[in-house]
Design a protein around this ligand. Sequence first.
Ligand SMILES: Nc1ncnc2c1ncn2[C@@H]1O[C@H](COP(=O)(O)OP(=O)(O)OP(=O)(O)O)[C@@H](O)[C@H]1O
Ligand SMILES: [Mg+2]
Length: 271
Amino acid sequence: MVILEIKNLHAKVNDVEILRGVNLTVNSGEVVALLGPNGHGKSTLLSVIMGHPNYTVTAGEIYYKGEDVLSMSVDERARAGLFLAMQNPSEVPGVIISDFIRAAINAKREKPIKPIELFRVLDKASKEMQMPLDLANRSLNEGFSGGEKKRHEIMQMKLLNPELAMLDEIDSGLDVDGIKIVANQINKEKSDKRSFLVISHYARLYDLINPTRAVVMINGRVAIEGGMEVINRIDQEGYEWIQIEHNISIEREDSRPVVLEVCAVNEGTKK
Ligand SMILES: Nc1ncnc2c1ncn2[C@@H]1O[C@H](COP(=O)(O)OP(=O)(O)OP(=O)(O)O)[C@@H](O)[C@H]1O
Ligand SMILES: [Mg+2]
């Protein structure tokens, strides 16, 4: 069954078009690896799917289990089963983790979770992620180490049971043991009713989680799709071969026009 369908998606941030016609379909049970050079729109794509307000969709459609995602609020998207672990999770001083998780769990239930049950699930998830339980009494991500932030994102995923989990560079900042913990938990959470869209620059993570498919984003659209062989080739050779073999010219980040406030566009940086 198709869980996510993206058709000709275009999106802008600060008046610069970042997504330029993304077409992508994800089926339930799939683990899709999303790769691509820096700045080519991977995080933007996940943010747009989740409904981040910084991005303006200018064309195209997104359907989640047949429903029009672009007409849903962020909250509705989360309740429908979408989850995003961000590349750079924000620190939110004053928002206590256990309160945040309780609110997120309750948003998806009819009856609020009982305190003892909340403690039990937090205790179990903390142990599985090898994180101290007392972290739950701290403010969200405040003062967390890079690796703790990433492990905490996976802990949230485990507690919220999404049907589509989008993980943006979940391996960045993790030490070798941390990557294994995160990969093990991703593997544990795999099911034919859940799909993953996983961004990473490294074969190391993908070797551990065995994606069913690899998708490469270049210049704001999906350039090629394949399997583990695409991931391994990128790992060994970079992206140059795609330019040659697929006749795609990879735009450099510094060749984009620089938008100065709202009235001036500096074309001087264009090559
Ligand atoms: N708020 C913003 N204002 C201006 N430009 C932005 C903003 N957010 C993103 N961009 C630009 O959009 C482009 C795509 O960014 P995005 O984060 O989607 O890339 P990415 O493929 O995830 O790269 P990476 O592999 O480095 O994480 C980049 O050039 C980035 O600078
Ligand atoms: Mg990114």
